[in-house]
Design a protein around this ligand. Structure first.
Ligand code: HEC
Ligand code: HEC
Ligand code: HEC
Ligand code: HEC
Ligand code: HEC
Length: 318
């Protein structure tokens, strides 16, 4: 399949250049995946992260480098799947059969990989999903907007970007979450977060992500007097004895259950009342596996979405 993929790339060089280096091409090479996989090296992981290789063993180098390739998304036997077009010109000039299927223009092109149960799914009475982006999309106000409309921006006549880019990730996250903050009496802070233009919960996908909302009060000598934090994520019960699967306690991610607004209160206490309070909202990726204790999870990387300082004597609620 690696050779077959090179043929696609040779005839579609502009698409290939975008795909090269994308999270799909690097699905078996990414740092975060490699770290997680070294702890949990299951055939199931290989089936998705190196989908062209035999999942029973470590993927050979060329198929590891292929990752999620042109052939993975587009090929059904010898036929190339494509999105429907109003004008059919390409079928005549393409040197390969093309089948235009409506599902390929919708979540169907992504569903096989972006939603799946836990590896121990059979043991779970609640049939919990490890990733549920496709169901979240179906329940979102943007359910009629195909994944590709947001993740594969149009590039002129019939072309869509294949980079599934992360370059402007920070800007994209800042656009996606609108944040407002205010002081409440007795040293409390209220932070309001609203999800905008995202067709699923945020974070979605991989479990080891969360949004942190934190606040600290400092004295005049910059000594921290009080602090507090909350996490929007899928919260799980602590791991049971005898390896029983962990069950989800609750899900307060932005957009989960159609709730696109979350209002979080951080009571720093009376000691903070006369002091300025610094607050921050961050999108964090955690080390695998995350601890059961939210406050002591190891943060691998983070993006600050918004931050500010609320002075003591202003902004008192009306
Ligand atoms: C020998 C050159 C050649 C090879 C090999 C080739 N293609 Fe194409 N393909 C074309 C041409 C020419 C067209 C029609 C013009 C266009 O859309 O670029 C086309 C059309 C397509 C389309 C439809 C575009 C549309 O109009 O929606 C898709 C999708 C596609 N190719 C994917 C692939 C994939 C995936 C592979 C590898 C399995 C592949 N191609 C291999 C030359 C090639
Ligand atoms: C993650 C899945 C995925 C991968 C990997 C992928 N494609 Fe696509 N591709 C799509 C989807 C989905 C569309 C159609 C989007 C739409 O128009 O709704 C598409 C559209 C196309 C088109 C139509 C014209 C355009 O640019 O939109 C061509 C040609 C194409 N892909 C070729 C390739 C080639 C060549 C590769 C490998 C270098 C590749 N694709 C890798 C999912 C993928
Ligand atoms: C064959 C399986 C497969 C298909 C089909 C697929 N993906 Fe992916 N996708 C993956 C994997 C695996 C990763 C994770 C790569 C990594 O480890 O970083 C990924 C990563 C992504 C990312 C980057 C996530 C991040 O954290 O930055 C986006 C966005 C994405 N996919 C969107 C899509 C969309 C939209 C479609 C449908 C058009 C699609 N994918 C189809 C397997 C797939
Ligand atoms: C209305 C626009 C929109 C639609 C529709 C949409 N997404 Fe997203 N998606 C976003 C935005 C915005 C982000 C956050 C910024 C980023 O990571 O690029 C995001 C993030 C992601 C991520 C990264 C995970 C994370 O928590 O940061 C994945 C994976 C993803 N989307 C997959 C999908 C899939 C699969 C579909 C279809 C089932 C889809 N998206 C539909 C806008 C959309
Ligand atoms: C059914 C397909 C599928 C299976 C099985 C799967 N993954 Fe993934 N994985 C994905 C998709 C799709 C993404 C991209 C969504 C995202 O980034 O949130 C992803 C993302 C990840 C990420 C985040 C990558 C990054 O760069 O942020 C890690 C880590 C990861 N997977 C580890 C694993 C491990 C370890 C296993 C096996 C226990 C596994 N995955 C099994 C589809 C799968």
């Amino acid at each position: 399949m690696a050779e077959r993929n090179q043929q696609c790339a040779a005839c579609h060089p502009d698409v290939a250049a975008e795909w090269q280096g994308s999270p799909h091409q690097r699905s078996d090479r990414g740092e975060a995946y490699r770290r997680a996989y070294s702890r949990e090296p299951l055939a199931m992981c290989r089936g998705c992260h190196a989908p062209e290789a035999d999942p029973r063993r470590e993927p050979p180098e060329p198929l590891s480098l292929l990752g999620v390739g042109c052939v993975t998304c587009h090929l059904s036997g010898d036929t190339v799947l494509a999105a429907p077009r109003s004008q059919e010109l390409t079928r005549e000039i393409a040197p390969h059969p093309i089948r235009r299927v409506p599902a390929f223009a919708g979540a169907g092109a992504c569903a096989g990989c972006h939603e799946f149960p836990f590896p121990d799914g059979a043991l779970r009475a609640d049939h919990a999903l490890m990733q549920s982006t496709v169901s979240e999309h179906a329940a979102s106000e943007h359910r009629h907007v195909p994944c590709a409309s947001c993740h594969m921006p149009a590039r002129g006549e019939g072309r869509r970007h294949h980079g599934f880019s992360r370059e402007d990730r920070t800007a994209a996250l800042r656009d996606a979450i609108v944040v407002a903050s205010r002081r409440l009496p007795q040293g409390s802070v209220e932070v309001r977060l609203e999800l905008r233009g995202v067709g699923h919960a945020l974070p979605t996908g991989d479990l080891f992500r969360r949004i942190e909302i934190s606040a600290e009060a400092f004295s005049d000598e910059y000594v921290r007097v009080a602090e507090d934090a909350r996490y929007l994520t899928r919260h799980f019960h602590p791991a049971g004895k005898s390896g029983a699967p962990r069950r989800q306690r609750h899900d307060d991610r932005l957009g989960a259950d159609g709730q696109t607004v979350r209002v979080v209160r951080l009571p720093l206490g009376q000691a903070a009342a006369p002091l300025p309070i610094a607050w921050r909202v961050a999108y964090q990726r955690l080390a695998h596996p995350a601890g059961d204790d939210d406050d002591h999870a190891v943060v691998e990387s983070e993006v600050t979405i918004a931050q500010g300082i609320l002075p003591a004597h202003e902004g008192e609620p009306p």
